[in-house]
Design a protein around this ligand. Sequence first.
Ligand code: NAI
Length: 331
Amino acid sequence: MAKVTVLGAAGGIGQPLSLLMKQSHLVSHLALYDIVNVPGVAADLSHIDTPALVTGHLGPDQLGDALKGAQLVIIPAGIPRKPGMSRDELFKVNAGIVRDLATAAATHCPKAFMCIISNPVNSTVPIVAEVFKKHGVYDPKRLFGVTTLDVVRANTFLASVTGTTPSNSTRVPVVGGHAGVTIIPLFSRAPASLRSQLPEQQLKDLTHRVQYGGDEVVKAKDGAGSATLSMAFAGARFANALLRAVVEGASGVVEPSFVPLEADPLNGETVKKDCDNLEFFAVEVELGAEGTRRIHQLGELSPYEKEMVRNATPELHASIKKGIEFVAASK
Ligand code: NAI
């Protein structure tokens, strides 16, 4: 069993995510950190009769204690999008938050697996990589941008247009990144029976819906934030998959994630050739005891999917560069 630390645990994602992690039989200690309201969240969750010990940690003075001994760190800290705000506009605020939390993690739990939820993921994951490099503790196999929600949405929306029941077993891989056109659902990999039901225009509409699914929630919440409950579900699914591989030694655990491609030198190089030499890309990742065990190659893509990869690479290059330069410019 593992110590899991949630940074930003009192937020819209942090609270339901912590509730879900409290239910995991793979968690021995759930350390909750935030700069507001976290003692109440921790007290509340601590009454649930599952094994995980819950501790609350409020403010920077208590951040070290939250992180010491953590095997898994999940970061949903930061501001969410408001209507009309792009993920990139979040950058200025969230980049600094993620940099500072990554600095604390590199200091107090340098070997922890880092799961980054805070947006823009296409930039915050490179930020964490650069901070860990600065501290001489970077292991690309241990760094993950959480893109599971894109896969969850692709499966759900596909089921809704084909009149089937959403199921985890009909997974549509989603590759690329985690913002707008960089989100590339590979519906060509859906089961043939479902794929054949998708005429070209419907495929395009479905793809667009997955790429901008976050906007549906931002609009419906009308200023009260972005996806929190579905994100908590997706974040817990990813964290539990990683724990199954790390703690239980389960094999064949595959989840999507925005990862450094150097985490798997062999397959990572092949993916790089398909995506204009990007250093980070969302791919299907086989998880193991050390984190990333194997990156899945993109394989055969349809002409439409190839075009989407081409269209995504300029934005991904820019977002990754932005994250790297942000850390380089920090003291
Ligand atoms: P929220 O505003 O409800 O919660 C954020 C929490 O972070 C708050 O409790 C706040 O006090 C805390 N926080 C702020 N600065 C902090 C710091 N320095 N240290 C620790 N905690 C700090 O926001 P919400 O809705 O929970 O979203 C959080 C992040 O997740 C946003 O960046 C959002 O864009 C992102 N997100 C990511 C998704 C993904 O698929 N990866 C999907 C949806 C949202």
